[in-house]
Design a protein around this ligand. Structure first.
Ligand code: NAD
Length: 357
């Protein structure tokens, strides 16, 4: 199969982890007789430096013309002082919206070789930790009307409108239920229906969708309780579905209990097969350019791309198995290093995974 992949290296460690990801994809292409063409495009801080915009029009056009998009990470202290629309993060929100990627998929799974990195007690993790958070990505408070103004009493005031329509809730719930059907058949919808109207609509619509999936167990949970349950008993969750802001926070919490930020991939999907695949971590400016970063989250994001955008399940499993094996063999980048293991650099980790494939 021939596939065109738009690649956004981004800032900080983005270029380093992306080089290893492309290295791994190239061995997959060789092994399975595929052709992957890469088109490198600008976004984030580097795009601001070179074009004045965090998300140049050309980037959006090239991404839309590709079969899929890979993203390293964007941002860094150099661009922190810019106004909202000129910050690297505006590129992130903009590309998700331009590609109409409304569903963010984040798996959180405790890998056996990294169990010691989990901050939870073993009596909790012994029950297992393997869940997926399906987060609505282009609605809610991040995209609702924003205002900063001085009220009639002279107080500086700001507001962000948390707004959802029925169709937005319906389509994200369908993603969650379809995913649950292929897993342990359980969906937990997280909201704040005791105080928010948008959450009450979320509950109403999620119930309607749930009625079409009688083989999937369905329940609701308030977001504050969910934040507690994730550390008290994460084994109870299979697929979590939630709105943008709650999903942002809960998915970071879920990632942390699996060990390191450097291990967790994500996928952002829309209606078609085009998706955006990126690690959940940021650009890690503190270690950028030192060949120290962990490329596994980015490599596992590429595995998700193979599975969800290209329907290459065998190839995706091959990448995931290679990551498991490298960890079982004791190789570790600095962020996941522990006593008795072998410390490797970012590029050595990429080499090891590519060798196994
Ligand atoms: P961060 O995720 O970049 O880093 C947090 C900590 O984790 C740092 O100590 C870093 O060294 C470490 N870390 C992160 N990824 C790692 C990896 N692959 N290997 C080893 N260690 C890793 O979060 P931050 O420091 O809060 O943000 C830095 C910049 O990244 C900011 O400008 C922020 O806006 C941006 N950011 C971008 C994205 C994105 O592109 N999707 C996401 C989050 C933050």
């Amino acid at each position: 199969m021939k596939k065109n992949i738009a690649v956004i290296k981004g800032d900080g460690i983005g270029p380093e982890i992306m080089a290893e990801t492309v290295k791994v994809l190239n061995v997959v292409a060789e092994k399975f007789c595929h052709i992957f063409n890469y088109t490198y495009v600008l976004m984030g801080g580097i795009a601001i430096d070179e074009t004045g915009e965090p998300l140049p029009k050309e980037t959006v056009e090239k991404c839309l013309a590709s079969d899929s998009v890979l993203l390293g990470a964007v941002g860094g202290p150099k661009w922190d002082k810019g106004e909202g629309s000129k910050r690297p993060e505006a590129g992130l929100l903009g590309i998700r919206s331009a590609l109409n990627l409304f569903a963010n998929i984040r798996p959180a799974k405790l890998l056996k070789p990294l169990a010691s990195a989990c901050p939870l007690k073993t009596e909790i993790t012994d029950k297992g930790l393997d869940l997926v958070i399906v987060r609505e990505l282009i609605g809610g408070a991040y995209f609702g009307e924003k205002r900063t103004f001085t009220d009639e009493k002279g107080n500086k005031t700001a507001s962000d409108l948390m707004i959802y329509s029925d169709y937005e809730i319906e389509r994200i719930c369908r993603v969650a239920f379809d995913m649950a059907k292929k897993r342990r058949k359980k969906v937990t919808s997280i909201d704040k229906a005791n105080v928010l109207d948008s959450s009450r609509l979320w509950r109403e619509i999620s119930h309607i969708v749930a009625s079409e999936y009688p083989d999937v167990e369905f329940s609701h949970m308030l977001v504050d309780n969910a934040a507690m349950q994730l550390v008290r008993d994460p084994a109870q969750f299979d697929v979590i579905v939630t709105e943008n802001l709650f999903g942002d926070i809960l998915s970071d919490e879920a990632s942390m209990i699996t060990g390191s930020l450097g291990m967790i991939p994500s996928a952002s999907l829309g209606m078609g097969s085009l998706g955006l695949y990126e690690p959940i971590h940021g650009s890690a400016p503190d270690i950028a350019g030192q060949n120290k970063a962990n490329p596994i989250a980015s490599i596992l994001s590429a595995a998700m791309m193979l599975r969800y955008s290209f329907d290459m399940d065998r190839e995706a499993k091959d990448v995931e198995n290679a990551v498991d094996l490298v960890l079982e063999h004791g190789f570790r980048t600095a962020d996941i290093m522990s006593e008795g293991k072998k410390l490797v650099s970012c590029s050595e980790m990429g080499d090891k995974i590519a060798e196994i494939i």
